[in-house]
Design a protein around this ligand. Structure first.
Ligand SMILES: Nc1ncnc2c1ncn2[C@@H]1O[C@H](COP(=O)(O)OP(=O)(O)OP(=O)(O)O)[C@@H](O)[C@H]1O
Length: 244
């Protein structure tokens, strides 16, 4: 479970987060939906400890990110907004590297790598150097390295950008399976259909604040609309920066 409580973060005079609070529960997919510049990436970066909030508390499974960052890292899988692969390594070697960082070794590590490769159906890719991999293949390697240590929580920043329909489906199916096993999934998006199709709960963020939260149905009801897109526009008062 991930809890964000009254987060504030400014970059000089710009307030990126302005008192944001929400909870992402186990066994659910929670979508952080907001227009460009709403503060989604800033929020996710504070959850995985890349940024320090000016004020507020973030906990992962009850552990304070600011106080015990390494304990939190063990419980988190991270799919960041920008990711690079070590292009001279094979996919297997890259996953192995991340497994080692997470403290896995020996037989346990080997089994964990083989499991994640099988789960993501990437056996054919495993021993190829990642240089020249397609976006979909890169996505699989990034997913595998994020999840090799079987974290309870999984945070993804706009994971479907640049993916074709097939790769997007692979990702969605994988997230659904992960959720069925009781994990907590939090992902950011500004793609409405994706959020409506996948999320149990939607957190709408605008100007670094919580604008509304609920199931897609609850948000539609709240706004008196039948489609999430119209509900969203009504709630944040604009359709700027959002993709249908
Ligand atoms: N390192 C930084 N330095 C200065 N300003 C920043 C920095 N990171 C984010 N910002 C600003 O903070 C605000 C929130 O940015 P953020 O990237 O969190 O939004 P977002 O909701 O993820 O947007 P997008 O959907 O476009 O990725 C923006 O105005 C952005 O320009």
């Amino acid at each position: 479970m991930i809890e964000v409580n009254n987060l504030h973060k400014s970059f000089k005079s710009l307030k990126a987060l302005d008192g944001l609070s929400f909870t992402a529960k186990d066994g659910e997919i929670t979508g952080l939906l907001g227009p460009n510049g709403a503060g989604k990436t800033t929020c996710l970066r504070t959850i995985y400890g890349l940024l320090k909030a000016d004020q507020g508390i973030t906990t992962v499974d009850g552990i304070d990110v600011a106080k015990q960052p390494l304990d939190v890292r063990k419980r988190l899988g991270i799919f960041p907004d920008k990711f690079g692969l070590f292009e001279r390594l094979t996919a297997y070697e890259q996953i192995d590297y991340f497994a080692s960082i997470q403290g896995l070794s020996g037989k346990t590590k080997k089994e964990a790598i083989e499991r994640v490769i099988a789960d993501l159906e990437m056996e054919e890719l495993a021993h190829r150097k990642t240089q020249g991999f397609s976006q979909g293949q890169r996505m699989k390697v990034t997913l595998a390295q994020a999840l090799v240590h079987k974290p309870q929580n999984f945070v993804l920043d706009e994971p479907t950008r640049g993916l074709d329909v097939m790769s997007t489906r692979v990702l969605r199916n994988y997230l659904s399976k992960f959720k069925e096993h009781g994990h907590c999934i939090l992902f950011s998006s500004h793609v409405m259909q994706e959020v409506a199709a996948l999320c149990d709960r939607v957190i709408i963020v605008a100007n670094g604040k919580l604008a509304a939260q609920g199931t897609p149905e609850e948000l539609c009801k709240l706004a008196g609309e039948t489609h999430l897109e119209e509900a969203f526009v009504k709630i944040i008062g604009s359709d700027e920066g959002i993709a249908a």
